[in-house]
Design a protein around this ligand. Structure first.
Ligand SMILES: [Zn+2]
Length: 224
């Protein structure tokens, strides 16, 4: 998504096969310690284990469609899983449609921030295509002072139907969310607080275990 990069950033200029080869090298050889900001390139021993691509609210721009096709091609060559950014939870259908056209393995695709748009019919449509949805707004609803928790409601309905296709995260990148900086709720929230709420909601220990362990393990594994 272009708003995340400064004007003149290299990512705005390269296309197609040029980008594919940059990404494949980070997966197979090692990530560049200078983040491809050049001119010197030094590959670290750490190889990338996932790609993230992002789209704008409601629709993909033509540049975003090109970048999604690049990610698709890289997955076909390397087997690397793909994680996508849904802006405010939107544009999931278009992302999936594009990946289907490109022959991507949808069981290695994770659509993130889906619960920012807590519409159960929309989520069912995405899940029925075979992708994994990542929910990370559980603590945000509480921070907003809401009595209900749409993330918990989605899980109550959808985890029994799609036990293998949901994962949780925090997306809590600000120090104000971290207890070590005096903020809250802290990164332990999911395991210590939200897990209890899911069990109270009637979800089983087995279903909750899948959310935390088996489902991420599958979607983060390279296609063989
Ligand atoms: Zn994101």
């Amino acid at each position: 998504m272009s708003r995340c990069y400064v004007p003149g950033h290299w990512s705005r200029f390269y296309e197609g096969e040029e980008l594919v080869s940059l990404f494949v090298a980070e997966i197979e050889e090692g990530m560049d310690e200078y983040d491809y900001s050049g001119p010197v390139l030094r590959r670290s021993e750490s190889r990338a284990g996932i790609m993230k691509v992002a789209s704008s609210r409601d629709r993909l721009t033509s540049r975003e469609r090109e970048l999604f096709r690049v990610a698709a091609e890289v997955q076909k060559r390397t087997g690397c899983p793909i994680m996508t950014h849904l802006d405010e939870g939107t544009a999931g259908e278009e992302q999936i449609f594009l990946f289907q056209q490109e022959g991507v393995r949808l069981d290695r695709v994770m659509l993130c921030h889906a619960d920012r748009k807590p519409d159960v019919g929309y989520h069912r449509a995405l899940l029925s295509a075979g992708v994994t949805l990542e929910y990370d707004s559980a603590f945000r609803w509480e921070k907003q002072g809401r009595k209900d928790n749409p993330t918990l409601e989605l899980l109550g309905l959808l985890l029994p139907e799609y036990p293998g296709q949901l994962v949780l995260g925090m997306d809590a990148a600000r120090p104000a969310y971290w207890s070590s900086y005096g903020g809250g709720p802290g990164l332990e929230y999911l395991w210590k607080v939200f897990r209890e709420k899911m069990l109270e909601q009637g979800l089983t220990g087995k279903q909750v275990q899948a959310l935390f362990v088996e489902n991420p393990a599958r979607v983060l594994t390279f296609v063989r």
